[in-house]
Design a protein around this ligand. Structure first.
Ligand SMILES: *Cc1c(COP(=O)(O)O)cnc(C)c1O
Length: 360
């Protein structure tokens, strides 16, 4: 007799975002800003002062205070994790009984369904209409399926589309006793957050991350914001020393630089708008039937029959974007002005070389 992997993991492959080295990385929705030298100097001091032999603070108190301060909410409603990813796994596993019904939307962030699969939940897929959530339809879907949890990103990765505050509130109320998990990973780029209302509902968890607008994907910090009852449970189910001391201290330091973070967020919004209009201009110039979705996030979703071809052409020119075969679409993260210009140049070059002669 030999040990056999259990069936559900036998065919899984380790996550591999992209192979190879590319000069311009517009594939992972990261911030194009590294930390400035002045903050790196503070981080060096943090390293000097760290007692590496000691376990971290299980509640990450300094970090959640700094995070809560940045978003003007109460730290009593915050749980910190190793990236939002850790919380997504906890929500699917610890917060639900085996066989619970989880509603995910399609298209959306694939990790929701993945962790539900691992946790042996029953997954119900709500199909969006032309990439938009119809809130009334979703409420009916949740109630018809008698769902235990619904989870989606707002604004959505990969579409960049989203529902406004009013609709989000209506959904939370309409979902009844179903837990609503609103992943606001990209909400720093749009002004429709209900983060500060988490305390008002008994069935809402809002997720935030330091990996996108805040520019700290490397140190893995995620946050869940919910009422005190839910927060107590989340703090109880997470592994005690989940967020390491360096990430806690660095996060605490970075969230205190409010003006810098807001300035950078504004720069990212500006560059994304330029990227979107640049793409639009090119496709309109050549009268191409590309669908460019107006975005509320830091990336642009482009649907075209040519998606795979363009993706490969860009890689050959050392520019990485994300390709979605299922939708024949590209998701292009906004980079620096120079990176976006380079992307637009290659995008247009592809069209000139491969698509058509200019319509005149
Ligand atoms: C990037 C992203 C996150 C962040 O994940 P982390 O584990 O915190 O890096 C969460 N949700 C969505 C939809 C994302 O795109």
């Amino acid at each position: 007799m030999a040990y056999n992997l259990c069936e559900k993991v036998r065919e899984l492959e380790p996550y591999e975002p992209i192979k190879g080295e590319y000069k311009i990385r517009l594939d992972a929705n990261e911030s194009f800003y590294n930390m400035p030298d002045e903050i790196k100097t503070e981080i060096k001091k943090i390293i000097d002062e760290t007692n590496f032999n000691r376990y971290p603070d299980p509640l990450a108190s300094g970090l959640i205070n700094s995070f809560a301060d940045y978003y003007s909410i109460s730290s009593e409603l915050v749980t910190a994790t190793n990236g939002s990813d850790e919380m997504l796994y906890l929500l699917a596993s610890a917060m639900l009984e085996k066989g619970s019904k989880v509603v995910v939307a399609e298209p959306d962030f694939s990790m929701y369904a993945f962790y539900s699969f691992l946790s042996e939940n029953q997954i119900e897929v709500y199909q969006k209409n032309d990439l938009e959530i119809d809130v009334d339809e979703l409420i009916s879907f949740i109630n018809d399926k008698k769902a235990d949890m619904v989870i989606f990103s707002n604004p959505c990765n990969p579409t960049g589309r989203g529902i406004n505050k009013e609709d989000a509130r209506r959904l939370v109320k309409g979902a009844g006793d179903c837990l609503v998990v609103l992943d606001e990973a990209y909400m720093d780029f749009w002004n429709e957050s209900i983060l500060d209302e988490a305390d008002k509902y008994d069935n809402l968890i809002v997720l935030k991350t330091a990996s996108k607008a805040v520019g700290m994907a490397s140190i893995r910090l995620g946050f869940a914001v919910a009422n005190k009852t839910i927060t107590k449970a989340l703090r109880a189910v997470k592994s005690p020393y989940n967020v390491n001391t360096l990430s806690q201290k660095i996060g605490e330091c970075v969230y205190k630089h409010k003006e810098l973070l807001q300035q950078r967020r504004d720069d990212i919004i500006k560059n994304t708008a330029a990227l979107e209009s640049g793409l639009r201009k090119i496709t309109e110039n050549y009268s191409l039937p590309f669908e460019i979705y107006s975005t509320y996030a830091n990336f642009v979703f482009v649907k075209t029959e040519r998606a795979k071809d363009i993706f490969e052409y860009l890689l050959e020119n050392s520019i990485a974007v994300r390709y979605f075969g299922k939708y024949s679409a590209l998701r292009i993260t906004s980079g620096t002005e120079e990176e976006n210009k380079a992307l637009l140049v290659q995008f247009e070059q592809y069209i000139i070389k491969n698509v058509l002669k200019r319509n005149r």
